[in-house]
Design a binder for this molecule. Structure first.
Ligand code: FES
Length: 124
């Protein structure tokens, strides 16, 4: 069995104050990662699911940004109050939390693109 079955990469990148791109750290990503770690531990899955600190995920405008692998689920605008739901719904029950999905096709996993961006009707 693999050491970890799932990773939650939490962007903890920091940029200087006033940088035009901003950064996830100034939006509380370190606290969110710590809360995720604590919640994973509380739920008894810390040995198989890991909340990793990540550098910039190139989704700065959506921060705090998190990507969950192996599924490739991209969440944005994550706050501390979202942590219990992310663990309960996504990590433990495999459910995607629609309201947290980054609404940009660059961050949509292939199996979800139809739900996010409806395909144009087929032409005869
Ligand atoms: S600073 Fe977090 S995604 Fe770039």
């Amino acid at each position: 069995m693999a050491r970890f079955e799932r990773h939650l990469f939490v962007c903890t990148n920091e940029r200087p104050a006033g940088h035009p791109k901003g950064c996830c750290r100034e939006k509380g990503s370190e606290e969110i990662r710590a809360a995720l770690k604590a919640e994973l531990k509380r739920c008894g899955v810390a040995g198989i699911v890991r909340a990793n600190a990540s550098g910039c995920l190139d989704a700065c405008e959506f921060g705090v940004s998190i990507v969950i692998y192996p599924e490739g689920i991209w969440y944005g605008g994550v706050t501390l109050k979202d942590v219990p739901q992310i663990v309960e719904r996504t990590v433990l029950n495999g459910e995607v939390i629609e309201r947290l999905l980054i609404r940009d096709p660059r961050y949509a996993p292939p199996h979800m693109q139809c739900a996010i961006l409806p395909l144009p009707p087929k032409r005869a």
